[in-house]
Design a protein around this ligand. Structure first.
Ligand SMILES: [Zn+2]
Length: 504
């Protein structure tokens, strides 16, 4: 009786009554994140301290705390027995990766899917737009993830439009779109389609309410077609400078062969310089007017401008799965493994290419365009999750304020995915997708890397950083625990591989 009275009196006043540690991987009817500094997904400044109440899979309340009342011990705080202490930490909406690939294999060699799913979570990614995967596996995986039955981010599946077999005319294109809709997919990924097919497929997709992500290659169509037919987002960047070239075609050497990836990536590095700045502005303005978003995946081409950096990323030492490691090795048989005879000249052209590309992104933003963030990892030396954080660093290099960069990866990506009414924000009523970060990502985006950063505190070097908790759909996952599991998975795969090699 006495304790009941005490609770009812003290409960709302004191957060420090009966704290229980939170368990990774378990959804709670109610828990509270205490003392959080919040960076929301809409580009507004950091604000705190705040208590965030999560009930099941929803954000129930975001309570601002009065610092004077807190100091005097009379702050009214939301009650919650289970809590995460976020004192000194930053809380952001869960990161959305607008360009991911769920991979079960590399070059036909099986790779545990947990490897990419857990890396994504450990890097603070709670939603992935999967743009091209084995849908027989990923559609059921998406549903398991939605039910909280598997340790994974929430997935939106965009099957590849073109295979197999590739639609040959407008009728077949429409039939394929209907088939994708019937599968229960969330959207469509297109790559290398001719204009008549593109017109038909986008018309049908609009009728059925399917969003379309376009990896524009160097092909018949370019950004003008995306603008005309209403693509949701242009992935990467091809198709944008192409649309701004005076002659309509890049000045390729006569020996150029698009099917040769060394050629393709080498001359891609000389593409932006051929775009006319005046025409480029017109293309970007038209993209804004037609509501075509841009997901530049800046990280995935970085090896082209600095191969040595790409090949020596520190997390490879303990976290690079041997299957992925093998795939990254230069080999014409593997997509994106084109670094054979890559020269200082190639890197120099690519550095210039990045400068013009980044300036175009800034211009697109100034004009009011929607910029998202995606990683395209699993190719070209990018590890799942780490690639997205590197992309954010490159958005900073492009000149964006960190508040806007976080918006690119949260609020803007939610808009591109059509889920902005429930994801990408820290707001009561929204789904409980949040991350608790050890450190201030507005000062240093590198604190998001799960391998952490070193800082000087009281004259001593301390290791800190990383995403402490990734909360997806109300389920908290402990980042360091995930990383330990990944490290063990990699160590086991490496020793199995070594044992196999010894037997041969
Ligand atoms: Zn991709």
């Amino acid at each position: 009786m006495v304790s009941l009275i005490c609770l009812s009196v003290l409960g709302p006043l004191s957060a420090q009554t009966t704290k229980q540690p939170i368990t990774s991987g378990k959804r709670y009817p109610r828990f509270v994140i205490r003392n959080a500094m919040i960076v929301d997904g809409n580009g507004t400044p950091a604000s705190g301290p705040k208590d965030i109440v999560i009930e099941n899979n929803r954000i129930a309340e975001v309570a601002a705390l009065d610092p004077v009342a807190l100091r005097d011990g009379r702050a009214r705080r939301p009650h919650g027995d289970v809590e995460i202490d976020a004192t000194g930490k930053y809380v952001l909406p869960g990161l959305i990766n607008a360009h991911g690939h769920v991979q079960y294999e590399r070059a036909g060699i099986p790779q545990p899917v947990d490897y990419c799913l857990k890396l994504w979570l450990a890097c603070g990614i709670t939603t992935v737009r999967d743009v091209g995967s084995d849908t027989k596996q990923t559609l059921p995986l998406r549903d398991h993830s939605a039910k909280g039955e598997v340790t994974a981010p929430r997935l939106l599946i965009y099957p590849m439009f073109g295979y197999p077999p590739a639609p040959r005319n407008a009728d077949e294109a429409r039939a394929r779109v209907r088939e994708i809709k019937q599968m229960g997919a969330d959207g469509i990924k297109i790559l290398g389609v001719d204009r008549d097919i593109m017109a038909a497929l986008l018309d049908e997709a609009h009728k059925l309410g399917l969003r379309v992500a376009h990896h524009a290659g160097v092909e018949e169509t370019n950004a003008w077609d995306d603008i005309k037919f209403g693509t949701t987002s242009i992935e990467h960047w091809y198709g944008i400078p192409d649309a701004a070239i005076e002659s309509g075609r890049q000045n390729f050497p006569s020996s150029y062969n698009y099917a040769n990836e060394v050629d393709r990536f080498r001359y891609a590095g000389r593409l932006w310089r051929e775009a006319s700045p005046e025409r480029l502005t017109k293309v970007l303005e038209a993209m804004v007017a037609a509501n075509v978003a841009w997901d530049p995946t800046l990280d995935i081409y970085e090896a082209s401008r600095d191969l040595q950096r790409a090949q020596t990323q520190p997390w490879f030492a303990e976290y690079l799965h041997p299957t992925l490691e093998e795939y990254f090795k230069p080999n014409p048989a593997n997509h994106g493994s084109y670094f054979i005879g890559w020269s200082s000249t190639d890197e120099t052209f690519w550095k210039e290419n990045y400068r013009i590309w980044m300036a175009a992104l800034r211009e697109f933003d100034r004009l009011g365009g929607t910029i998202g963030a995606g990683e395209d990892s699993g190719f070209i030396y990018q590890m799942y999750g780490f690639g997205l954080i590197r992309t954010l660093e490159l958005h900073q290099e492009a000149g964006f304020h960190p508040l806007k960069i976080i918006q690119h990866a949260t609020g803007n990506n939610a808009k591109i995915l059509g889920v902005e009414d429930r994801l990408g924000r820290i707001r009561a009523g929204y789904l409980a997708d949040l991350i608790v970060v050890n450190g201030n990502p507005l000062e240093n985006l590198k604190v998001l890397y799960p391998t952490g950063v070193d800082e000087i505190k009281d004259g001593k070097t301390v290791h800190t950083g990383g995403v402490e908790w990734t909360i997806k759909d109300g389920i908290p996952y402990h980042g360091p625990t995930l990383m330990r599991e990944i490290k063990e998975m990699v160590a086991k795969a490496r020793s199995e591989r070594a044992a196999k090699a010894a037997r041969q």
